[in-house]
Design a protein around this ligand. Structure first.
Ligand code: ADP
Ligand code: 5GP
Length: 215
């Protein structure tokens, strides 16, 4: 059966990034719930599942050897090491989805977002920002999914990630999950990044270098 999102052509690859604890997973879950036609890539990771996380739904949980094989087979659109684990976007499902003319959404960290930008100049890069640093700290601690030492590690990375917000096409502030999800869905089907940039609605980014291989 043809996916409902085909009505939303043209195809657009949108990347949602932002510091750990800002609410990326929460906003994407809201999008999935209210807009089931939005297709979200399922990443591969070497991280262990958190309670409630389901293999193949939240992530493909793989061993180090399996991740090595994905890299060797050129099966990842991008990948990065983050806080001691590796994460990557399987290439084939994204290609297949975009080939249908329907938008696709990736939820990935900063290094991966930069790799996508370098490979696909047409991708739209969206940065999810916290209302304040104090709120980010409180959300990360409140989630309670990592021990304090890991939270500290993620906060240290978060500072560098916040500094990179200007590299993105659009900044969405996650002050309210419903509003942020609506804004993100609007962007998935918005005109090309080029026309968004020229609207002056957000900061302009540097031109992407030539890609090794298109998506
Ligand atoms: P990320 O995926 O970016 O690491 P999560 O989605 O796990 O972040 O969210 C981190 C914590 O912040 C969770 O406990 C979540 O319930 C909470 N949270 C997310 N968005 C908001 C928001 N807009 N207001 C208040 N709390 C939020
Ligand atoms: P978490 O362990 O909290 O699920 O994710 C840690 C970080 O990895 C988050 O910033 C998340 O966006 C990012 N991430 C998840 N999947 C991918 C992926 O496929 N590629 C990259 N580069 N980052 C990812």
């Amino acid at each position: 059966m043809a996916p409902a999102a085909e009505e939303h052509a043209p195809a657009r690859l949108t990347v949602l990034s932002g510091p750990s604890g800002v609410g990326k997973g929460t906003v994407v879950a809201e999008v999935r719930h209210r807009y089931p036609e939005v297709w979200v890539s399922v990443s591969a990771t070497t991280r262990r599942p958190r309670p409630g996380e389901v293999d193949g739904v939240h992530y493909h949980f793989v061993s180090d050897a399996e991740f090595d094989r994905l890299i060797a087979e050129d099966g990842l659109l991008e990948w990065a090491e983050y806080a001691g684990n590796r994460y990557g976007t399987p290439m084939a499902p994204v290609r297949e989805r975009l080939a249908t003319g329907a938008p696709a959404l990736l939820e990935i960290e900063l290094q991966g977002a930069r790799q996508v930008r370098d490979r696909d100049a047409g991708a739209l890069l969206v940065f999810l920002a916290p209302p304040s640093w104090a709120e980010l700290e409180s959300r990360l601690a409140g989630r309670g999914s990592e021990p304090p030492a890991v939270q500290e590690r993620r906060l240290a990375i978060a500072q560098a990630e916040l500094d990179a917000a200007g590299e993105f096409d659009v900044v969405v502030v996650n002050d309210d999950v419903t509003r942020a999800a609506d804004e993100l869905v609007g962007l998935l089907t918005a005109p090309s990044p080029g026309s968004l940039r020229s609207s002056g609605a957000h900061e302009q980014r540097a031109a992407a270098p030539p890609s090794a291989e298109p998506i």
